[in-house]
Design a binder for this molecule. Structure first.
Ligand SMILES: [Fe+2]
Ligand SMILES: [Fe+2]
Length: 173
C-alpha cells in the first residue's frame, strides 16, 4: 500500500495575513498613571496649587504599599477637608451662583472618605485602594465641570478678566 506519508501540505495557506499581532500591549496600567498634567490648569492660581497637591497625594496613595497606605489616606483626608473648605469659602464669600451642587458633590466625596476611613482602621486596605482609584477617576470631570466655573469666576474677580492659562501641553504641535 502506498501510504501518502509525503503529503506535505506546504503551508501555503497564508491566505490573507493573520492579524494576530495587533493587540495593544502596554495599555494595562490599571492604577499607575494618575499624574499632574497642565491640562488640569484652570487659571486661578490658588486653586491650581491645591489641585496639584490633590493629584500628588492621590497618586502617592495609589502607589503606596500596604504598610504605608493608611497614613497616605489620612493625609488625603486632611487635604480634602482643606481643599473643599477653601472652595466653599470662595463660593460663599463671593456669592458664586449655583454653588449648592458643587458643595453637595464635595460633601458626597467626604462622606465616602469618612466611611472608608472606618473600615480602613479595621484593616480593609482594599476599600481604601478602591476609593483612591475612584478619586483619580472623579477628579478630571469635577475639575473640568465644577471647579473650572469657579476658577473662572474667582479669576475674573481677582484679575479683572478671564483666567490666562498657559499650558505646556498646548505648545506641542
Ligand atoms: Fe477642586
Ligand atoms: Fe470642587
Amino acid at each position: 500500500m502506498n501510504n501518502q506519508a509525503n503529503n506535505k501540505q506546504t503551508a501555503d495557506e497564508q491566505a490573507g495575513d493573520n492579524n494576530a499581532g495587533d493587540n495593544n500591549a502596554g495599555d494595562n496600567k490599571a492604577e499607575a498613571a494618575f499624574a499632574w498634567t497642565d491640562a488640569y490648569l484652570l487659571g486661578y492660581g490658588p486653586m491650581d496649587d491645591t489641585h496639584r497637591e490633590f493629584v500628588q497625594i492621590v497618586s502617592a496613595m495609589l502607589q503606596a504599599d500596604d504598610a504605608s497606605f493608611t497614613s497616605h489616606f489620612k493625609a488625603f483626608a486632611l487635604h480634602a477637608e482643606r481643599h473643599f473648605g477653601e472652595e466653599k469659602q470662595w463660593m460663599e464669600s463671593s456669592e458664586f451662583p449655583a454653588r449648592e451642587c458643587h458643595i453637595d458633590e464635595h460633601t458626597a466625596v467626604m462622606k465616602s472618605v469618612r466611611e472608608v476611613e472606618v473600615v480602613l482602621d479595621q484593616g480593609d486596605i482594599d476599600a481604601g485602594r478602591s476609593l483612591a482609584r475612584a478619586l483619580a477617576d472623579w477628579f478630571p470631570g469635577h475639575a473640568d465641570y465644577m471647579d473650572a466655573a469657579l476658577s473662572h469666576w474667582m479669576a475674573k474677580r481677582s484679575y479683572g478678566g478671564k483666567p490666562l492659562v498657559f499650558r505646556r501641553d498646548a505648545v506641542k504641535a
